[in-house]
Ligand binder design. Sequence first.
Ligand code: NAP
Length: 269
Amino acid sequence: MMTKTVLITGASSGFGKDAVRLFQKNGWNVVASMRSPEREAELGVLDNVLLVRLDVTDSGSIQQAVEEGIARFGRIDALVNNAGHGSLGVLEAAPAEVVRQQFDVNVFGLIEVTKAVLPHMRKNRSGVIVNVSSMGGRVAFPFSTLYHATKYAVEGLSESLQFELGPLGIRVKLVEPGGYKTDFAGRSLATFGAGDLLDYQPAYNDFAGKVDTWPMSERVWEVAEAIFEAASDGSQQLRYPVGADAVQLLEASKQMDDLAVKNMISSFL
Ligand code: NAP
C-alpha cells in the first residue's frame, strides 16, 4: 500500500506536535507546519517528517507549504486543521484586534488552508480533512464568546462541507476535545477580562477564579489518537468527541432543551 501523507497545522506544540509523532510512528509521511520551524528541534530529525513554515494568516506561506509538501511526498492524503487561538473576557471589553485575531486564525485561516489543499485532493478524488474543533463548538461557557463563535463556525462549516466534498471522495471530520493540559492557556490565549467595565467585574472575577481550578486532563495524546483515527478509519463518521468531559457533556446536552443546558452549565460555575 502506498505511504500516506498528512499536513498538520500548528505542529509546534500541544495536540499538533503529538499528532506529528503519532502519524510518523504509524508510517505516514508528515508535513509538520508551524509559524516558526527554525525553533523546532525534535520533529525535524524524525524520518519522513518535513518541517515547513505555515502561518494560517499568511496566504503566501500557506501556498508554499502545500507546494513543498506535495513536491517532497508526491501527494497529501489528509489535512489536519489544528492551529488555534483562544480568548477570554467580556465581549463588550474585547479589543478589536483580539476579535479579529480570533477569527483570522480559527476560521479564516482554516478556510484558507482547506482551500489551498482542495484542488490537489479533488484531482486525486480522495482525501480527509480533520478540523480540530472543541466541545466548545457545541456547548458554550461564559466569557468565551469569541472562542465559541469560532468553534461553532468550524462545526457549521464542516457539517455543510461534507455534502459538497463527499461526492468527490473527500471526507470531513470534526475532533472535539474537552479540556486538556496543553500550553494553550499559556501561549495561545488572549485574556482581556472585563477591562474597566465595573458592571461585569464581580461575575468575571468569580468565573476566572473558578476556571483556574477546573480539572484539565493530562492525557493530551488521546487527542492525537482521535485525530489519527479520524484521518485513517475510512468511515463516514463526522464527529469525534475526546475526553470524559466532552463525551459526557455533549451526550447530556443532546437530551436537553436550551434552558436545561444553560442550567447545567451554570451549575458548574
Ligand atoms: P497549543 O499547544 O497552544 O497549540 C496551538 C497551536 O496553534 C500552536 O502550535 C500555535 O503555534 C498554533 N498557531 C496559533 N496561531 C497560528 C497561526 N497564525 N498560524 C499557524 N499556527 C498557529 O494548544 P492546543 O491545546 O494543542 O490547541 C490545538 C487546537 O486544539 C486548537 O485549535 C484549540 O482551539 C483546540 N482545543 C484545545 C483544547 C484544550 O483544552 N487544550 C480543547 C479543545 C480544543 P505557535 O507555537 O506559533 O504559537
